[in-house]
Design a protein. Structure first.
Length: 135
């Protein structure tokens, strides 16, 4: 699946999401609370999670998922690729179906349009109006 990824280094996974009709800040906050509750009950956990929002309507943080809708990015940090894989394996068994039902009319994502990054220093030419850290 992953080429040239050092399994024992810190990694951030960036997951592109597109807002849907029922999206609101309040709904997002409710979903974040559910996500945190679920993650806190798991044996494999990320070390942080943040949401990056674009600065303008129909803006892009980065990425190309759902080009006609406003995009935001859920960034999740892990101690290693191994801990990342363990987390998603556990998540898929315990919460994937429930989470899909919860977000159905609020936002979506394409798991094929995520990417991982292993460097702390990276230059992004973006303007963020909201950065929500919740883990």
């Amino acid at each position: 699946d992953y080429v040239h990824v050092n399994e024992d280094k810190f990694i951030v996974e960036y997951i592109q999401h597109a807002k849907k009709g029922n999206f609101s800040d309040s709904k997002l906050n409710d979903l974040i609370s559910i996500w945190i509750t679920n993650v806190n009950m798991m044996s494999n956990q990320p070390i942080f999670a943040e949401i990056l929002m674009p600065s303008t309507p129909l803006g892009k943080v980065f990425g190309h998922h759902a080009p006609s809708r406003e995009i935001f990015v859920w960034a999740v940090g892990f101690n290693s690729m191994i801990s990342r894989n363990d987390f998603w394996s556990e998540w898929n068994i315990k919460y994937k179906l429930e989470w899909g039902n919860l977000i159905e009319n609020t936002f979506d994502f394409d798991p094929n349009k995520t990417f991982e990054h292993q460097n702390w220093v990276e230059k992004w030419s973006i303007t963020i109006t909201t950065k929500t850290r919740f883990l």
